[in-house]
Design a protein around this ligand. Structure first.
Ligand code: PEP
Ligand code: MN
Length: 345
């Protein structure tokens, strides 16, 4: 249930409305925008049945939210949510591009990648220190040593760091290094992990599970938000279908569907969706045209020798080309991209 308040509602009136609702055992969530103030109510709505909500001073309208997700639903927020990305943010006019290697493999490769993607207009650095691999014998990441490198490279390059956390036992440790905690596709419905990252306020990049519906993704975001963390970025990264021509099937329609359902920012991952470097640019353009607020892209100084996901990683020149090719799509979508300083490289 949401309560929309009258224009010019006073603080005392807001407090009073919330107190009335909370006294019945429901939780309230205030969202104040420039033009609208919304009080979202979560809990047993039956208890509100006997209350003359419309006659409480300051109340303009009361609407039921029929969707199973509440905090993540568009109705619950007065405006689109902006999630911090280091000093910047995602969900505003600028399309964010987070780029970097699939796995952190060493200091030199990480620093050179960070510098180069930043020069091309990236606003975040990705890199996995804990890697979910299909085979237990594949390279599974450098662990805490990789996190230390990411944090040092952030200082050197100025780029905020997005990195995956796979296990509840590592949430605090990863959060002590990362700006954004990535929850991978394989963990999208790891409810203990979602609860744990929800306890922190650290932004979360939540990737869609390979067999998850849009509804499942939004309910996974709801788990994080229900713990008090409003900083969730959703990410479409391709789903499993019968198609084998691509690594996954990029569900481009999920982007406008999500944008219609939620106030949370929506990213796309063209690297894991397509699985081949030739597909990264066209899928990125499609994502931006469909309304994505950001992209997360794999870039490696020497993809041929990458320890993971080399086939879908762009080299530096290819990333420069991607950013140059992306600009007209970003402009056509009425958005902006961080400027490139690549001429100096
Ligand atoms: C990754 O970002 O490297 C990754 C493993 O992604 P996903 O969880 O989407 O497969
Ligand atoms: Mn990868």
């Amino acid at each position: 249930m949401i309560i929309v308040t009258r224009k010019g509602v006073t603080q005392d009136e807001l407090d009073h409305i919330r107190e009335r609702v909370e006294a019945l055992g429901l939780r309230t969530h205030l969202s104040q925008g420039e033009h609208r103030t919304v009080i979202g109510c979560v809990g047993d709505e039956e208890r509100l049945q006997g209350v003359a909500l419309h006659s409480i001073p300051g109340v303009e309208a009361v609407h039921a939210v029929l969707k199973p997700y509440k905090l993540a639903s568009k109705e619950f927020a007065a405006e689109p949510t902006r999630v911090p990305l280091g000093e910047g943010e995602v969900g505003g006019a600028q399309v964010a591009v987070v780029a970097g290697p699939c796995s952190v493999e060493g200091w030199d490769m990480l620093l050179s990648t960070a510098r180069r993607v930043r020069a091309a207009g990236a606003t975040g650095l990705r890199g996995g220190a804990f890697k979910p691999r299909t085979s237990p014998y594949a390279f599974r990441g450098l662990g805490e040593e990789g996190l230390e490198m990411l944090a040092r490279v952030r200082t050197e390059s100025g780029l905020p760091v997005v990195t995956e956390v796979m296990d509840t036992r590592q949430v605090e440790m990863v959060a002590s290094y990362a700006d954004v905690l990535q929850i991978g596709a394989r963990n999208m419905q790891n409810f203990s992990l979602l609860t744990e990252v929800g306890r922190l306020r650290r932004p979360v990049l939540l990737k869609r599970g390979m067999a998850a519906t849009v509804n499942d993704l939004l309910l996974a975001a709801e788990y994080v938000m229900a713990q008090g963390n409003p900083n969730v970025i959703l990410c479409e990264r391709g789903i499993r279908t019968f198609e084998t021509a691509t690594r996954n099937t990029f569900d481009v329609a999920a982007i406008p569907v999500l944008k219609a359902e939620t106030h949370l920012p929506v990213f796309a991952d063209p690297s894991h969706a397509g699985g081949r470097r030739a597909l990264v640019a066209p899928l990125s353009y499609a994502a931006v045209a469909a309304g994505a607020d950001g992209l997360i892209v794999e870039v490696h100084p020497d993809p041929e020798h990458a320890t993971s996901d080399g086939d879908q990683s762009l080299d530096f020149q290819e990333f420069d080309n991607l950013m140059a090719g992306l600009r007209p799509f970003v402009e056509a979508a009425g958005r902006t991209l961080a400027p490139s300083t690549a001429a100096a490289v």
